[in-house]
Design a protein around this ligand. Sequence first.
Ligand SMILES: [Zn+2]
Length: 436
Amino acid sequence: MRRNEEGLSLLRSLIRIDTSNPPGNEEAAVQFIEAWLKKEGITSKIFSPAPRRGNLLARLKGKKAGEPIVLLGHIDVVPADETGWTEGPFSAAVKDGYLYGRGAVDMKSDVAAQILAFAALKREGITPERDIILLVTGDEEAGGEMGVGYMLEKVDELSDAAFVLSEGGSIIEEEGVLHAQVSIGEKKLCQFMIRAHGTGGHGSMPHRDNANDKVVRAANRIIGHNWPIRRNKIATRYLTGILKGKKFKGFTFSTLSNALRRKHFRSFVENNVVYNALLRNTVALTILKGGVKVNVIPPESEASFDARILPEEQHELFLAQVQKVAGKDVEVVPIDRGESIPSRYDTEFFRAIRRAVKSRKGNIPVLPFITTGATDLRYFRQIGITAYGFSPIALSHAEMLSMHSIDERISLEGFAEGLDATCDLVKDLAALSTTD
Ligand SMILES: [Zn+2]
């Protein structure tokens, strides 16, 4: 079978196994992968943190022991409601040059490409310089504790990895510039809620101690606050890579610091949700809770916020700032936080990605990037392992936006090219003997 037919068949099988998380049910998917690898003569091991949950690890022995390279992919997906889909989310239907299905982008396509690239090494009789580990995990969409978190506890060697490759960046066009985003880090999670207490009462006799009023006013101050733009190194490198030479009203982009002095450019940045998130802490009001009956003033009220702060920011300082902005009527209560230590990008691994991109796409920019959301790679970066989020499968904007949404789909042409590019990249990684 030709590589693209084989990859497509593998991807369709993976999409048809419903791994919506919750509840996950990754076991069926990893068993399928185990059987697939077995036909190639590759043994793998399944690790189950709970009934019907599962992770899989397979290994190709290298010339030297230690410091393996890990190809990491999560097999769980976010749930999908059939409503609004052109084709059923688990049908893996092919239509007009696209494959539809939950996971087509995030990230069963990459898992299929990694499996194929891993098997290609074995088929071609390549002995890698060091062990190459294929790690297929569950639970990423719910925080990863039963997935990567669990595997790091169970398999000591993973903490010794030289490099981990997973999702987070892509080959994409922005402002007319086709480029590769290699995610070397992510924003830090800093979720919190505000809570107010007041005096209950009858809705017919309003008073000044209404918990809902306090939360609404404080929430309004928080969402109206203009969090300062901070020119961090990675965002500067990324935006300069795409925008250099681009003409804006009245000027040509040369450096980010110059451009940010212009009002017009600042509003351009602020209106692009990704650029905006790369340059400042962001706060989104996501849950409002207060009151049970229309004629009752509630004694308590709360609102929750999903905040993502830049890697160099500190949680405590940020939350103190939120409290200041929110005012004295509410209490700021932390919900969840995450650390983020970006990986270096002056490494052999980054250069290998650059080579793989160049060989397929020519001389396009290959730029470091910060993922706005969180991925499983944070587990590895936290323990000092170089970890990049990059998929060699090029995505259009429509495909990118279909992730987690209705009609998640991937173009057959893009996927086929991505399979070849993933094989090139994995072969290149297998030949590296340096550890950084
Ligand atoms: Zn994902």
